[in-house]
Ligand binder design. Structure first.
Ligand code: SAM
Length: 249
């Protein structure tokens, strides 16, 4: 029996999912950030700021952050802005095109060695055990074929006493908002993707993948199974996104 998983609404062999996901982000990389602003009416900025506030990078001591599936560096740059001189951010992503945009952004912002970029798979992070003071993943984990493997990897690379925070789309729990959100997701976002990026299919995948991601309680159980302690989550914007947190103790 072949192991399968969801690629958006389609069930595909686990071994095939990553290549399909990589095609999506190769296609959208150049216009990824502008599409985020358009699709979310800028709300992704507030959601990412909540993630940064949860991590709360310190002002006065060295702090090594790993941003997994960090794409074009958006979360890492916000962390560097919030932390002190000793804050360093490593952006790890499997997609060279997303990282290339991130490197350009870091260089334009004059971040120097504060931001580093590593091509790597969340399921096999190219870092030593217990290397980081915090690890984050924003809108990335639902794209990873084996979520439980990625969670175990995030746990492995964290120092004892360090925190993992995951920002991901969730399930809208406000009835009127749900109807509006479903309409917007399926009827507006793919055509917007066609108009702005020239690719409706990738955005169809993105909205479908949100529907198939585990519900918050289920994801919390997966985090506990990976070893995280003091696991908690907080819904934002009527449940459109959830901020999950756990500690390596
Ligand atoms: N975190 C960034 C942000 O919030 O702007 C980017 C999120 S983007 C929706 C998802 C990212 O996950 C893409 O950059 C993609 O290349 C990356 N990704 C998908 N599968 C991955 C994997 N197995 N390991 C590492 N990164 C992965």
């Amino acid at each position: 029996m072949i192991d399968t998983t969801q690629f958006g609404a389609r069930e595909v062999p686990v071994a095939d999912k990553q290549a399909l996901v990589n095609d999506v982000f190769r296609s959208v990389a150049r216009r990824y950030d502008v599409m985020n602003d358009l699709m979310s009416f800028g709300l992704h900025r507030a959601w990412k700021d909540a993630l940064v506030a949860a991590v709360n990078p310190p002002k006065v001591r060295p702090f090594a952050l790993l941003d997994i599936a960090g794409g074009t560096g958006d979360v890492a740059f916000r962390m560097l802005g919030a932390g002190g001189e000793g804050t360093r951010a490593t952006v790890c992503d499997i997609n060279a095109d997303m990282l290339a945009v991130g490197r350009e952004r870091a260089s334009a912002a004059g971040l120097g060695e504060k931001a580093t970029f590593a091509e790597g798979n969340a399921e096999a992070l190219p870092f030593a055990d217990r290397s980081f003071d915090a690890a984050t993943i924003a809108f990335g984990i639902r794209n990873v074929p084996r979520i439980e493997v990625a969670l175990a990897e995030a746990f492995r690379v964290l120092k004892i006493g360090a925190r993992f925070v995951c920002l991901e789309f969730s399930a809208v729990d406000v009835p009127g908002l749900r109807t509006l959100y479903e309409f917007y997701s399926f009827k507006v976002i793919p055509p917007l993707g066609r108009a702005v990026v020239g690719d409706a299919e990738s955005y169809q995948y993105l909205v479908e993948s949100i529907r198939h991601f585990p519900k918050p309680q289920e994801f919390a159980a997966m985090m506990r199974a990976a070893g995280f302690a003091r696991v908690s989550h907080q819904l934002m914007t009527g449940g459109i996104v959830a901020l999950h947190s756990g500690w390596r103790l």
